[in-house]
Every structure is written in structure tokens, then in C-alpha cells.
Ligand binder design. Sequence first.
Ligand code: IVH
Length: 723
Amino acid sequence: MGVRPDVYSAGLSATKRVRLLPTHAMGLVLLRVRLSLRFALNDGATMSAKGKQDSQRMEELREQLNLHNYRYHVLESPIISDSEYDLMLRELVELEDEYPQNITPDSPTQRVGSKLSERLERVRHPAPILSLGNAFNSEEVFAWYERILKLNPSIAEAEFVIEPKLDGLTVVMHYEDGIFIQGATRGDGNFGEVITPNLRTVRTLPLTIPVDKTSKVSVPRSLVVRGEALILNKDFETMNRQLKKEGKATYANARNTASGALRQLDSKATAAKRISLLCYAIIDADGQLPESQWEVVHYLKKLGFPVAEGITRQVNIEAAIEDAEAWIPRRDSLPYEVDGVVIKISNFALSESLGIVGKDPRAAIALKFPAQIVTTQLLDIGLNVGRTGVVTPFAILDPVIVGGVTVRKATLHNFDFISEKDIRIGDRVDIKRAGDVVPYVIGPIKDLRDGSEKPFRRPKKCPVCGEKLEQDPGEVAIYCVNSTCPAQMVRIVEHFASRGAMDIEGLGIRVAELLVEAQMVADVADLFRLRKKDLLTLEGFADKKAKNLIENIDASRSRDLWRLLAALGIRGVGEVAANDLARKFQSLDNLAAATISDLEAMEGIGPNIAESIVEWFAKPGNRSVVRKLRRVGNWEFLIPVESERVAQMAEGLTFVLTGTLENLKRSEVKTLIEVRGGKVTGSVSKKTSYLVAGASPGSKLDKARALGVQVVDEAALLRLLEG
Ligand code: IVH
């Protein structure tokens, strides 16, 4: 086979590599050897304390890295995160740079990958499957650029390709005469494991190329493509949901699940896992081939290989770094997991001139994202009492940096989760922090237990008020049913004042705690009775702060009704439902008098919300709050509206809206109808009373006509509603 290696995957043997180095690079190599020789002599004679310490550290790192490597690749049961591994490896590489004479043959830097699993047949790759050097910030990418620019000044003219660094596992696919004949894992970089039948189950893998036989693209007789096998986030979630439904343990991580699935002996088991594939390199081929990475990306696409979306090309390093950094905020909305971005010199001739260091070609670098999963110790389990009385557990952690932020606490979801995962106090746990999501515990690393870990007992009493906790049959949540529990009150006040509710600035959880603790606020209506002199007795309240808070509370007396409704904390009544309810009922009193069927008749209010509203108003404690609210405020919307109540002209009628109305917005028309007792639904049926049609009506008009539903325009509707 005529080899035309792609520098991003096709490696060269060590001897070939040295021969290929350009002369100026050779110079550097010799210089380094000489320097290290000198250093070695000097070192041997008077090994400094630092030297001794460093050499001990190197030994420790080698041992640790080899162990973690084995756990990861052979046992498939890692006990540290990838980023922790990367950091250790980096420390060793730096030390080996300083003390090249101390590099040992068993150093993990001296080999690519690790021992293979014995189970699958092994195959030699046509060229070593190489890896990537890492950078952890843009300065390090820039330093990489400066380094390669020094090695070859033509880099100044280079184009860069910027690709997502897919967090999957490398697969190598062989095609002969356009037919997929063999697939292998990366293995140790030289030998991989044959997983052909398993890869065939990957739906996006082309079994023949080009997939589109009408395309004019030329296909080499023999072609070896490199890609990354992974499980898409949505497939991973579906898989875990199903496992949960079946009462089985869920998978912690998509990458390891994909790797396990592809290395199964039974490919039916692989097929069940919905593995996906994205390709990015040509390892080997004969015939005329692309001369740059940019062309490879397009060539692979043309042949029908799946390629990641969003790959870009830039003509200078600054723009390339900018493109790379633009991936960071997109990370959580991508359909798959990425752990960084790869910046590659596009032109292969230029890339090859730069050579390879260890197993990393100099012509590419990975800008790694901050780790999202890390391991730390679970110091204790705390309990939180929410405003509905739900008691939830949370993890108190040995502080650790995740995604660039120090995390001390993480959610443990609920008590069932702790028992299902057998999480014990003192365990090493994996925690994940992605985007704005609250950090959460994935699970314990059971292999790291030393026997001192303590199983957690579900609480029987409320940690705040001491009341017995209750659990409804069939529900996961455990409740404190004491409605005067101070912990609940604090949360209720916090929610009442929050931005999406009454929006009282300066009344967050800290102030809520002070007010409840000082027994100044026993329910939310008490807030409106607070005086400045009361606040001045609280810690941290001086004249200005107290005055501001009183003013802010006062200002909230004239908020819209929906805000008050959302502020009450009725289960299921958020901003949207509160808006609908306010429009329909126009006063708190009207809403308090509503029946389940009144509420259920509204679009968007299902039986659960309807029931929770009626239940809320039925509770004597809540009734008293409503009475108090009426007395303490000049709440315009609390004035009984019986006299103003609009005639229920649309009672029992169902409307459907279509097309663009002349004067009114759809939402306004909806309100007009609902306030008059009517209902607005989305589709025309025999039960529809009227179709309100504006300009350019859609198929709804045809359907209404076919069913004999009366059609009215905006003016006719208004006449109808006015009565
Ligand atoms: S290029 C010679 N491009 O990252 C360069 N690798 O940490 C070889 N990876 O083992 C790799 N996305 O499995 C390249 N767009 C991408 C990649 C990518 C993910 C993986 C690959 C490699 C690892 C290196």
C-alpha cells in the first residue's frame, strides 16, 4: 500500500522521526543532549537536595501514573479523573525535561497507551495512532505557537483548523475498494483490538464509501480513517432513564460506557448502546489525497463520514485562539461531550516538517477545558429544609476546583439516591459541575474504601424544628409537616421576596433568616408590618439599610396580582401559571373561591396544579395569611371585584385562533375570552364553538369549514364578547 500518512494520526518510527527532523530542529536536539550530559555529570557529583527531592517525585509519579493507566485502560475502572491524570503526567513531563538523564524505560511518557485487554484479537496499526499535547489556557497555546514558529519560520504563513476535542475513544476504520473491512481500537497506539462487528453496529459508520454513489468524489483503493466513537448526550440520557425505570444501576459517564460497549465480545450488546461516530483524520491511503487538514475534513464529509459541525479555519494564531475559546460557552449545548478544542496546522507538508515529541505531533495542540468531573472526599451529609417542608440531603465536600470554581457543597438529589448508590460518609466521590447546573454527586468510588466510611442513616426528625418527618407512600420526598418550622418559613420569605415573585430588593435568604430568627416574621404578611426601628435591632442593619428595605417592601404593595400569586409558593404555580390565574380571576379572593373544575377548565392548568391551588387555600394557616395580607396592604387587586366582574359572555364556549389579527395580539384575545369564562384551545374539533380567523389563516380554517364550525373575524368576536 502506498503510504500517504496524515501527520495528525500517522506516526513514524523513532528512527524515521529523527531522520525527518529539519536540520535546525536537529541542532536543537543535539544541543539538548549536550546540555543534559553536562547536567548529568554535575548532578552525579553533587546531587542537590532539590535534585533528590525531584527524583523521588519522579519515581512517585511514574508509579502512580502507571497504576492509573492500568486501571483506566485494562480494568476500565479509573479512580481519578482524566484531568487529575493529565496534571500528574504534565508534572512528570516537566521534571523529565529538567532531568532527561532520569527518564526510565518504564516511564509512562515512553510509551503510547497501555497494555491491551487479552480478550480481543490484536492488530498492528498501519502507523502509530498518536496523541496530542495539551494547553490549559490561551497563553500556553501561544507559547506552543512561538515554539513551532522558531522551529520553522514558515509557520508564520500557516493556516489553522480548529476542531472540537471529542471526549470519546479513538477508532481506526479500514476500507478496501470502498468497503468497510476492519475496525480497531487505539489500544497501545501500535496495536489495537479488532472490534469490526461491533463497529458495524454504529449507525453513522459508512459500510461502503462513498455513501452517496452519485457523488463524483474519487475513492482510494485502500483507506484508513480515524474517528472518535462516543454516545450522544440525548442517547446517554435515554439509556439511563430506561435503566432507572428497570430499577438497574445507571452509567456514570458516556465515554466509559461507549468504550465498554465497543469492546464487548457480543456485538448485539454493542448495538443496544447507540454508539455514534465522528471522524477527523486519514491514517493511511493510496492514491491522490488532500494536502491539508481543512481539505481532509471536507473530503471525509464528501465520502459520507460523519464529521463534527462547527470546524473552522483561520489564518493567524490570534483568530484561531479566539475560535477555540468560542467553544467554551457552547460546551453545554453541544449534542456530545467535549473536553477541549484542537488547533491544528492545516498544511500537511508544514506539519510534517515540525516532527513529533514523544507521542504528540508538534503541529497540533489541544486546548483543554477546565475539568467538569473531579474526585474528592465526602466529609459529611447535610440536610436542607425547603419551603414546602421537603428535607433534602446535600454533600459537604473537601473543597475542590471543578470547571474553574471551588466547590464545597453538591446536591445528592434525595435519600433514595444515597441508598441506591450506597454513598457513605468518608467516601471518595465523583462530582460534576456543568455550566450553571448546581454541582452534583455522581457516585462513590468503592474501590478506594478503607473500611472507615460510615453508612448514612435517613433522618427521622426535622433537623431544624425536631418534628417527626413523614414520607407519603409512593413518594421519594421526606417532609417536615410542621408549617411553623422556622426553616420552611425562611425559605417561604425568601421565595416571596425573590425576583420572579414580589421582587423585594435587599430581602435575600440571610435577611429572611434574621427576621424569622428574631420572630419578627411568622408569615409573609408580617413583612408589611415591619418598622424601621425593628430592623435596626438586627445584626448588620444600620439606618440606610433599614430604610431601604422598608421602602422596598412598601413598593411591593402595588405589584401586579400575578406577582403576589407566584410569591405565595403554591406548588406548581410559577410565573406563567400565576399570570394566567391573575388574568382569569382578577383577585386573590376570587382565586381562593375557585373550585378544581373552574381551574381545570383553564388551558395550562392541569389536575395536579388545580388540586394544589385548592388545597393551599383550604389550609387554615394560608387562609389567615390571605386575610392578613388584605388588612396590611393597599392591594388594589384585593378589592373584591364582584361589582367589576365582567359578564361571563363566553361561559362554556371554546375558541380557536388562527391567522394574524388586525388590532389585538393573540395573548390579548386569549385574556379577553378567558376573563369572560371562555376557553381557548389549539386545534379545531367538533367541540370548537368559534374559529377566530385573522389574515392568512392556515389549515385550521379548512378544518373548521369541513366540520361546520362557525368562523368569525376580530370585530365579530369583540361584539360577541361585549354581549
Ligand atoms: S487529532 C495526532 N482531533 O484526543 C493528533 N484528536 O488527547 C491525533 N480527539 O487520542 C489526534 N477529538 O482520541 C484529534 N478533533 C480531534 C479530536 C481528537 C478528540 C482525541 C483523540 C486523541 C486524544 C488526544
